[in-house]
Design a protein around this ligand. Structure first.
Ligand code: SF4
Ligand code: SF3
Length: 553
């Protein structure tokens, strides 16, 4: 690892755009980074054994219960801003090592010979954790293009794992997705994997990202109904509240059930905002509104919320030493932070939020930081319900172009570009959004076109799937030969690895000339960038004026 204390380049805020080497810009310490590197290495080992067992007919993907759970959780726990808790990560590593040993024994007794990858050979001695983490970090691949393709795959897998975990919690699973994850982890573990095989794996990751988003879409709509146009309050009431952040709608439902009739109000935060659009969640009258903005403003907003906060997924920002909310934050699922109480799933698959509720009862009501309403709920079913109106507006020229601005928000000042871009877009354009990127422009009141709002929010980042479904439907309606002939352009803001999965999904669907920003990923090497530019016309952003000219004409 040279003089580096760590190496991580998986998110958009990576130091100097090339890699965090001393400490993460996100707050990740070298110890946490190493434990995550080790966890990923063990996941590659488990995935490789699974893949070999399956190939030899000794295991079907649907019976890999504990392997499936381990792989999905390992990938999700290493997503940016998900888990900063070394003890919890160490425990995951140890469980993975035990699992790998059991599976290797199974392979031996079935006479399945395993490849001699380092991930298989390592015995998992605890005194060797640190050294193995250093050997197995991102920089283990010396060839920059090979490293880049492997990282593109694993970062896409992290996004898939996140979406898969939510779907699985709602009892929707897919042996095919798990089987692919194992195969891809095996390819990444293979030191001799060639460029072509790696590029194919990257593209296949896009295919399975589409499948994972479709799976989650089905799971969500079966459980909670189809999102519908909804106005969400952004002010506060007089009751004490619980703030729930992240993406896990199943956790929110359990919290709403357990808080019903207690006099506690529930508020959504950041990526939980779209929960309000679902009929089976908005029916709870004590789901009163959304508090605050995207993840990166949480230090100030948690402080003024006054009540307990639950993180169901990323994005956690490490609190200041003297933060007044430090003792009222809880985590669930793959998330963790040292000193914060983790609420695990019970044997019945349920979580007990009683401690959070008791704490809320002793807290003051939230301090109001803004007032008014925001509108959302434009996932595919709602958009299809408005299809006639939308098609008519396109045909008449009232709508000139749709601009997909899905993705993530972040704290870099360069991201003000997205606010300015949204403001500068001509009045005959409509923004299609999803993910926390929307907080850059969802309170601007950009007006409507004949009753169609100029900002259509489909939901969380995984709901970017809706825009793919809508684009395919428009292609059919307009009889276009190619999806790229439609009046749609893509200006995506990325931050963490779910956005990487979404980008790979869009590439897999054949969408060209996507612009990503505010900067290009540090994990894309010059060689790989050249391929992405030549094959897909991938680009980044420039100035608002130049981009409006280039995208809209
Ligand atoms: Fe740096 Fe991002 Fe990795 Fe954090 S997640 S260490 S900010 S690259
Ligand atoms: Fe946001 Fe973290 Fe990506 Fe799910 S909450 S979009 S950044």
């Amino acid at each position: 690892m040279n003089d580096n204390k760590m190496f991580c380049f998986q998110c958009q805020e990576t130091a100097k755009g090339t890699g965090c080497t001393l400490r993460g810009v996100c707050g990740k310490t070298p110890e946490t980074a190493k434990m995550q590197d080790l966890l990923l290495s063990v996941a590659r080992g488990v995935g490789t054994v699974c893949h070999y067992l399956e190939k030899s007919g000794n295991m079907c993907p649907s019976c890999q219960c504990s392997a499936e759970e381990f792989i999905v959780d390992a990938l999700f726990s290493t997503i940016t801003n998900a888990n900063f808790d070394n003890d919890s990560l160490r425990l995951k590593v140890k469980n993975g090592i035990e699992l790998k040993k059991t599976m290797i024994e199974k392979a031996k007794s079935a006479f399945v010979s395993l490849p001699n990858f380092a991930e298989i050979l390592w015995t998992g001695d605890e005194s060797d954790f640190e050294a193995e983490a250093e050997r197995q970090g991102v920089l283990r691949n010396e060839n920059p293009d090979q490293r880049s393709l492997k990282e593109l795959t694993v970062l896409g897998l992290k996004g898939i794992a996140a979406y898969y975990e939510h779907a699985a919690r709602l009892r929707k699973k897919s042996p095919e997705i798990i089987s692919f994850m194992c195969k891809a982890l095996c390819t990444i573990a293979n030191p001799d994997a060639g460029a072509e095989e790696l590029l194919d794996t990257v593209m296949e990751t896009g295919k399975f990202a589409v499948d994972a988003m479709a799976l989650l879409d089905t799971a969500n709509t079966i459980a909670f109904g189809n999102p519908e146009i909804t106005k969400v309050k952004i002010g506060v009431g007089k009751n004490p509240g619980i703030l729930i952040s992240g993406h896990d709608l199943s956790d929110l439902r359990q919290l709403l059930e357990q808080t019903e009739g207690t006099g506690i109000d529930v508020y959504t935060h950041s990526e939980m905002l779209p929960a309000h659009y679902y009929p089976q969640l908005k029916k709870y009258s004590h789901l009163v509104g959304n508090y605050g903005n995207a993840w990166w403003k949480q230090k100030e907003e948690f402080s003024s919320f006054n009540g307990p906060i639950i993180f169901t997924t990323n994005c956690i920002v490490p609190p200041m030493e003297n933060a007044n909310y430090k003792d009222r934050v809880f985590t669930t699922n793959s998330t963790g932070y040292p000193g914060w109480k983790h609420i695990a799933e019970g044997k019945d698959g349920k979580k007990d939020f009683s401690e959070v509720i008791e704490l809320a009862k002793k807290c003051k009501a939230p301090t109001e930081i803004e007032t008014g309403e925001i509108t959302g709920g434009f996932a595919h079913a709602q958009v299809f319900a408005l299809a006639d109106k939308i098609v008519e507006a396109v045909k008449s020229g009232a709508i000139r172009k749709f601009v997909v601005m899905s993705g993530c928000d972040g704290r870099m000042p360069a991201r003000n570009y997205y606010t300015e871009f949204a403001k500068a877009l001509p009045k005959d354009t409509v923004i299609l959004t999803s993910g926390c990127a929307k907080y850059k422009y969802n309170k601007l009141n950009l007006g409507d076109i004949g009753g169609i709002p100029r900002v259509l929010d489909a939901g969380q980042c995984n709901d970017s799937y809706s825009w793919a479904v809508v684009a395919l439907k428009l292609k059919e309606i307009f009889g276009a030969n190619d999806i790229n002939d439609l009046p749609i352009c893509f200006n995506i803001a990325w931050y963490e690895q779910k956005a990487v999965a979404v980008l790979l999904a869009l590439l897999w669907l054949g969408i060209k000339n996507i612009h990503i920003g505010p900067t290009l990923p540090g994990f894309v090497s010059e060689g790989v960038l050249k391929v992405l530019v030549e094959k897909f016309g991938l680009g980044t952003i420039s100035t608002v004026e130049e981009d409006i000219k280039a995208f809209i004409g």
